[in-house]
Design a protein around this ligand. Structure first.
Ligand SMILES: N[C@@H](CCC(=O)N[C@@H](CS)C(=O)NCC(=O)O)C(=O)O
Length: 312
């Protein structure tokens, strides 16, 4: 298997989702630690604009968004599966809820004053301000949930998760599925990054026991790698050929070969510009040339991302 290179930082919840998937699939991977805030010149050399965390690199192919990264890892290492039957559709749907509604509710709860004080306890005030300004800019007007509302909603969501664990060790059955990895990471942040806020988890001991089972999956075998090594490896690699049977699913009236941008629908919409190489049922592929990284194929999921023709 080609080297899997994860660009991430230790405190990122979405990165923890992927680190645990790598553990569940018992994979070896290279770990590149990236900055938590902009500027991220080494990340952008690879992605062309996308700045969110994490990003998976395989040679000169860059995969953005954890939903897509999970699909790629499943393809490379099908067992154990993230999408066990018969609850595959339910798993993906529950994961989408967890990565959005549950995540934002947990973050509104986590980042109340005691949580913020804990996260930035050993950080100079300028760094805390730079983080707050960076995330504020990423929101671009996205509404912020009031703390009291988030506490009540978070408690309800934890009870729902607990109900799902009445008869099974994992949310949808006897084995973990994509739903478990997606629901785990916002709670992991509460438990480990803002422990001062973690009392909320104690009303649902079944959730805590499930979190212990998830943590026991581990992180696979990470190996340190530097950003410049990753960029050099990209420059020395050729992007993978697209599958010959990739069907062009055109819903925008934008022909393949057009110069386009792709950006997230919400939060961190920095677009990537390139040539539209493929638009399959589930993902987009852009080709771009970078002075440092060479020719790169950047892949995005269709769900949650907006495709636009440049100059249209
Ligand atoms: N839908 C994205 C969400 C990723 C995301 O929001 N990650 C957070 C970190 S957990 C982020 O990018 N924060 C800003 C940053 O790291 O620059 C995914 O599934 O990968």
């Amino acid at each position: 298997m080609a080297d899997l290179i994860l660009h991430h930082y230790p405190t990122s919840p979405f990165a923890e989702k992927i680190r645990l998937v790598l553990g569940y699939k018992n994979l070896a991977w290279k770990s590149v630690i990236i900055p938590m805030i902009m500027p991220k010149p080494d990340v952008v050399a690879l992605t062309g604009g996308y700045r969110k965390t994490p990003v998976l690199q395989i040679g000169a192919d860059i995969y953005c968004d954890t939903a897509l990264i999970c699909d790629v890892l499943e393809h490379l290492q099908p067992e154990p599966s993230l999408y066990p039957e018969p609850s595959k559709g339910m798993g993906r749907t529950l994961a989408q809820w967890a990565d959005t509604t549950l995540f934002w509710t947990a973050m509104a709860y986590n980042f109340q004053p005691p949580g913020v004080a804990q996260v930035f306890a050993n950080t100079p005030p300028e760094a805390a301000k730079a983080f707050a300004d960076d995330r504020q800019a990423m929101r671009q007007g996205m509404p912020r949930m009031p703390a009291a509302d988030s506490a009540a909603a978070y408690k309800s969501y934890l009870r729902r998760l607990s109900d799902m664990l009445d008869d099974w060790p994992f949310l949808l059955g006897s084995l973990p599925s994509i739903a478990d990895f997606a629901a785990y990471h916002p709670l992991w942040f509460t438990r480990h990054r803002v422990a001062v806020m973690a009392d909320i988890l104690h009303a649902t001991p079944a959730v805590l026991a499930w979190m212990d089972r998830m943590a026991a999956l581990g992180h696979g075998q990470p190996d340190d790698f530097s950003a410049s090594q990753a960029i050099d490896l990209c420059a020395a690699s050729t992007p993978l050929a697209l599958a010959a049977d990739t069907v062009f699913q055109d819903e925008h009236g934008i022909p393949l070969g057009s110069t386009v941008t792709i950006g997230a629908e919400t939060f961190g919409q920095e677009p990537t510009e390139g040539e539209l190489l493929a638009a399959s049922r589930t993902r987009y592929t852009l080709r771009r040339q970078d002075p440092r990284a060479g020719v790169v194929h950047v892949h995005f999921p269709r769900i949650g991302y907006t495709l636009r023709a440049v100059g249209a």
